[in-house]
Design a protein around this ligand. Sequence first.
Ligand code: ADP
Ligand code: MG
Length: 582
Amino acid sequence: MKELQYLNKYFIKYKYRFLIGIIITIVAQFFTLYTPKLVGDSIKALENSKLNPDTVRQLLMENIILVIVTTLIAGFLTFLMRQTLIVMSRHIEFDLKNEVFRQYENLSQNFYKKNRTGDLMNRISEDVGKVRQYVGPAVMYSINTFIRFAVVTVQMYIISPELTLYSLLPLPILAYSIFKISSEINKRSTTYQQNLSKLSTFTQEMFSGIRVIKAYSIENEKQDDFTALSQESKDKNMRLAKANALFGPLMILLIGASNLVVVYVGGMMYINGSIPDIGVIAQFILYINMLTWPVASLGWVSSMVQEAEASQKRINEFLKIKPEIQNTVPEHTPVNGEITFENVTFTYEDTTITALKNVNLQIKKGQTLAILGKTGSGKSTLLSLISRLYDVNEGAVKIDGSDIRDLNLFDVRNHIGFVPQDAFLFSDTIKNNIKFGNEEATDEEVIDAAKKAVVHKNIVKFKNQYDTVLGERGITLSGGQKQRVSIARALIKNAPILLLDDCLSAVDTETEEAILSNLMDFCKDKTTIIVSHRVSSAKNADQIIILDNGKIIQQGTHNQLVNQDGYYKDLYFKQLSEKELQ
Ligand code: ADP
Ligand code: MG
């Protein structure tokens, strides 16, 4: 139960609902228990029916009406009980899901590298669902059982202590066997769930990679893999169904046994006169039947609680993870745009690749820096350090002279327009994808940003223009269009710092020229870093660095870096620029 204590804060949050639910449950029980007494009284009256049939008939009618009325009231109260307690559990589920989701948003890149999508999805759906079983049904049935048991046994005890003892005998066996079966069901359902999670990770990956799969025509192999996985899943489900099938018959068997005990022992006691009338037997049979379901549900509830405990443990473990990158500065800090790297060294934890080695550079506010280098030289890494997707291992990244770890994290990120290397678009309209950079932007601003990114002409060719809904990950656009929409998104943010990570790689040179000249204009007062592997993108920058294997190997203006003949002095870029200048 230790893990589940985490949820107490939610019970406190919904304490009134909870309390009202408990009170309604108690009242409902009293009404439910009235029926056996009425039935008992009726049968007792039947014993004397030969003497004055009319009064007995009268009594029977009255009792029947009373049974109907009390049952209706009890039914209505049970409905109210579910309305309060189960609805409370849905509220808690909602809160918990939001809490988990907020944590997902806070966790840093390293967390996402270590965990698989299928698992993460399960935590927010499966695990939270299991926990809801505890805060809803499990709590409700426990309260219900406890109250019913207390009230019924007291009633029974008052009538006949001896018969009570005998008729309760089979119940512990019932509770124990239900507990055993439920645990087995849970175990099997967990393995089934795990398999399902594998299956959903597999299919999800298939959907995102469908183009590659078709292009390499490996549909058949993938089909076989899927068949194997779903066969496994089917077997697991069959095992689960077998355990489930045992549940009902077992209950019926044990209820039957209890009834037999009451009839036999009660009959004996009636014969030797230790119970006053035959109505008691009927009353007891009804009582026993009223107890069996709650007692059985105890077994069921306890396995539900076990499962919820396991799920909550997983949730707690993950809620406890402190995001590696945290905002430690609550107050707002201004961001102007001067960026400095001082002896920055950075190593990726998982691959232990040192992607940047002792990097020093300074970009004044409003200036443009171009970073050139081969793939894998550390260009993207350098940009991700500025928006603090990772923290440096040595040295410091500074904005306006202060270490970014001493600035408000959200202020830093809000002042950066970032175009990542792999343009990611959401399955939403083009307009909303652009407005992602600035929720308040007007339609004119969206169009203006799209024009600057030279994608407006493409967009208006679509039937629905800016309202065109993109497929998942923007699949309806070409690579170059995606890049330009992604640029428009960064431009509309109008932030003082603009980071462009190789975002013109899929764009033809002519369009590139157009975008670059728009950018020149737009970025006059903005600090801009433009990463590229084309020398042409770097010509107009105030400063150029060439990265190789995490180190700056050359630094200077375009004029300083080229020979009189216009070629880069560095061998690799000499070849590159020769090719381009041809
Ligand atoms: P570039 O952008 O210049 O192509 P990167 O900055 O992406 O280079 O990569 C620099 C080095 O860091 C590469 O060797 C790459 O393998 C490694 N690297 C890049 N991203 C990651 C990552 N997310 N996790 C681990 N290693 C990475
Ligand atoms: Mg890169």
